[in-house]
Structures are given as C-alpha cells and as structure tokens.
Design a protein around this ligand. Structure first.
Ligand SMILES: Nc1ncnc2c1ncn2[C@@H]1O[C@H](COP(=O)(O)OP(=O)(O)OP(=O)(O)O)[C@@H](O)[C@H]1O
Ligand SMILES: [Mg+2]
Length: 409
C-alpha cells in the first residue's frame, strides 16, 4: 500500500482537520485547533454538533473503514471497484480511497496528503499524455452512490454535448450512465425529475443526452445504446463549491446502513429544527411524491443538506428520483415513515403521527401532502403519455398509484 499516513481535510480550501492512519489499519479524525477556536467556523457536519450547538471533538477511531462522515463520501458498488482498480488500491481500505479521490469530493470538501506525504500516482502505461491526464482525473473524482457516473463540463463546441474533463478537477454536471441491469433508468429519472419540477419542487436542471455526445468516457464501459442523464450539480456554482452532506452523514451512519438506521420521521425532525417550515414542507412534498411514483430507494443518502451561507443548513435540491416499482415489485419504502415502511400504509393518519413525532405543525404537513397529491394526480394524467416512459412503465406506475391510500378520493 502507498506510503501515506496523514491526510489534510479542507473545507472551502481551508484546513479544518486531519485523518491519520495508525497501526492496525485504524483511522483517527481530529479537528485543527484553529477550526475549533473559530467562532465563525463553517459547518462541516451536523453530526459534529452536540445538542447545545458546540463542536464535538472526540471522534471515535475506526478500523479499515474511515469514520462515517468520510466513509459516506466514497462511491459504493461497481463504481468503487472500478476506481480502486484504476488506482491499484484495495477497495476495502477507505483511507487510501480518500487519498486517491480527495481532490473532487461532493460539496466544498477536499482531502489531500499532508506535507511530506506521498501524492496519488498518475496512471502510467498509456503512451498518450492527454489520455493519461484524462484517466488521472476520472480516477480522482468521487460522488457517492452505486451507479456509474462522472463529473463533466458542458461542451459548447459539440452542440450541447458534455466532456469528462481531461485536466484539473471535474465539471459542474453529473453524467449518470444507463444501467446494465435495469432498462432506461436515465429516461425514468428524467421523467420523475421533470414531474417533480412541474409540482414546484426544487429540482436541478436535467437533460437526456446521447452517449455519443459525451467526450472522454473511460474505456471499458462498453457500447451504450440508450441515453444518459445529465444533471446540473448544485454543489458547484460560479462563485465556487457549496458544501453539502447527506443524511447518512448527519446521523453518523455508515453507507451500508443507509436503509436501516433512521426513518423519514427523524429526517423530518432535523429539518424542522434546522430549516424551519420551508424545509419541512419541501420534505413532505418529496416524500409524498416519491411514494406516489413508487420510488422505494429514498434511503438516507438520497436526502442532503446544503450550506449556502457556509453555516446554516437548508434541504438541498432533489436528486435520484426514480420510479423503482417497474423494475422491482417492492412496496416497501427505503426507510420507515413513522410506524410503517409500507407505501400502502402512508395515510393521513400516518402523516399526522409523523408530524407529531417530528414536532412539525400537523396542518402544514397534511395540507402540503394533500396539495402534492392533487397536483400529482392531474400532472401525471396530463403528462404520462408525453414523458420518455414505455407503456409498461406507465402501467406499472398506474397500478402502484392505486395502492396508495393518499391518492384515493
Ligand atoms: N445535482 C447534484 N448536485 C450535486 N450532487 C449531487 C447531485 N445529484 C446527486 N448528487 C450527489 O451524488 C450522489 C450520487 O447521486 P445519485 O444519488 O443520483 O446516484 P446513485 O448512484 O444512483 O445513488 P444510489 O446509490 O442511491 O443508487 C448523491 O448521493 C449526492 O451526494
Ligand atoms: Mg443515490
């Protein structure tokens, strides 16, 4: 394994702490004194705040894995396997994955070797310099999640195409490639994001894009016959990166437990405290919408906070809205609502219970849910034939909607 044992953690380019690899493959995270002492410090994570708002500084060391906040920055599944292989590191040893991927992480975070520590290798064995640089960049880019996806820049020369950058860090779009396992997920996601936007939810710009129009896709991905989805990154702006964290990070849960260790009621509770009625209402809108479309994959990592003023949390724009019922006939949501996981048991009574437990105003929750249901029913009826969805997908969603009590008159 590479000769590196200390990584600097930077937020908006300023050092905030260090990750140290010690004997026994253990990783320790410690904040820098200057960050601890800074009363106006930017927020790294709600998980490092105690109930009085003070910074938590004693963070438990972990073995093989890095502490949950950092573990959640790393890709999972085939994307992790692919990137680890490209860099020649063991995909289980997360300290080294952070070392190779730290230059382009979600949000305003960067991780780099401390002074005197080794830098990640440039891939070699490629005769062409440009190709080498491109691969070096691909291998330094991380967005958590399982799907193959890359950061890309808009390419005006190629008429709305995208380029996976050859040098420097990634661009301000995410390209999500079609899946080998499930058909036409990009079209499905495009359709669901478009419906959500039509219902007034905060949704980033999305585009379906022919994979021929993407320059610089790594080799070995194979021929892709259906379109990819391009999503505008909300953590990249003209003024620089904006910090984000997902709810697995907020709750200090490892990615493997993203379906287990919390509930929508707990997310709603955090949003009520941190973001007030506005964030809570938007959460209810998205929760009801995803139940209606049959998205059984809204786990902890598919909800994020964003810190536009560097300190105060807001609910981030929406992402990863896919109707999963056409692929997997699972009628259970990714997390428990309040008392149940079953989508067919999301009633107004369950929502009232969720509101009470999350200390949200009941009227706000129920009125928002009712307005979302009404809006969805008419928008779906008007749009379903015009969205890029197959007849089977539409039929599967229609069948699912009938099982949802909220959608009944
Ligand atoms: N528009 C966006 N701007 C910034 N970050 C984003 C955006 N969309 C997604 N992300 C980040 O990238 C991660 C992966 O994206 P997404 O959830 O869409 O992909 P995925 O691989 O399908 O995830 P999953 O593992 O849930 O299937 C998200 O968890 C989120 O942190
Ligand atoms: Mg996701």
């Amino acid at each position: 394994m590479p000769d590196v044992s200390v990584l600097d953690v930077l937020l908006y380019g300023e050092p905030v702490g260090t990750l140290t690899l010690v004997q026994g493959d253990r990783t320790i995270f410690a904040f820098n004194q200057s960050y601890i002492d800074n009363p106006a410090r930017p927020t790294l994570s709600l998980s490092f705040k105690d109930s009085f708002g003070a910074l938590i500084t004693d963070i438990r060391p972990t073995q093989t894995l890095v502490p949950p906040f950092f573990s959640n920055l790393l890709p999972e599944g085939p994307l992790r396997e692919y990137l680890a292989k490209q860099a020649g590191v063991n995909q289980k040893r997360e300290f080294f994955l952070l070392w190779i991927l730290g230059r382009d992480l979600p949000g305003a975070l960067t991780i780099r070797p401390a002074d005197d520590e080794a830098w990640p290798p440039e891939p070699d064995g490629e005769p062409d310099r440009q190709e080498r640089e491109r691969r070096a960049n691909v291998l330094r880019f991380s967005l958590a999640g399982v799907q193959l996806k890359f950061s890309a820049v808009k390419n005006d020369r190629r008429n709305g195409g995208l380029t996976i950058p050859a040098t420097g860090v990634g661009g301000s779009w995410i390209v999500k490639l079609p899946s080998a396992r499930f058909e036409r997920v990009p079209e499905n996601e495009y359709a669901m994001m478009t419906l959500a936007a039509g219902l007034g939810m905060d949704v980033p710009e999305v585009q379906l894009i022919n994979t021929d129009a993407i320059e610089g896709l790594p080799e070995g991905i194979g021929k892709l016959s259906s379109p990819a989805l391009a999503v505008k990154r909300f953590d990249r702006t003209k003024k620089g990166p904006v910090h984000i964290e997902d709810f697995a990070q907020v709750f200090g849960v490892f990615p493997d437990d993203k379906y287990e260790r919390a509930s929508y009621r707990l997310i709603a509770g955090v949003l009520g405290i941190e973001t007030g009625d506005e964030g809570a209402a938007e959460f209810i809108r998205r929760l009801v919408f995803n139940t209606l479309i049959g998205n059984a994959d809204m786990h902890l990592k598919n909800w994020s906070l964003i810190y536009p003023d560097r300190r105060t949390a807001r609910l981030s724009p929406a992402y990863d809205f896919v109707s999963t019922v056409p692929y997997i006939a699972d009628e259970k949501a990714a997390l428990k609502y309040a008392r149940t996981r079953r989508m067919a048991e999301l009633t107004y009574d369950e929502l009232a219970y969720l509101a009470a437990k999350a200390r949200l105003p009941e009227k706000l929750v129920l009125d928002t849910a009712a307005a979302t249901v009404d809006g969805f029913i008419s928008l779906w009826a008007a749009e379903k034939a015009h969205l890029p969805l197959s007849g089977e997908t539409v039929a599967a969603i229609d069948k699912h909607i009938e099982t949802i009590p909220l959608a009944r008159l």
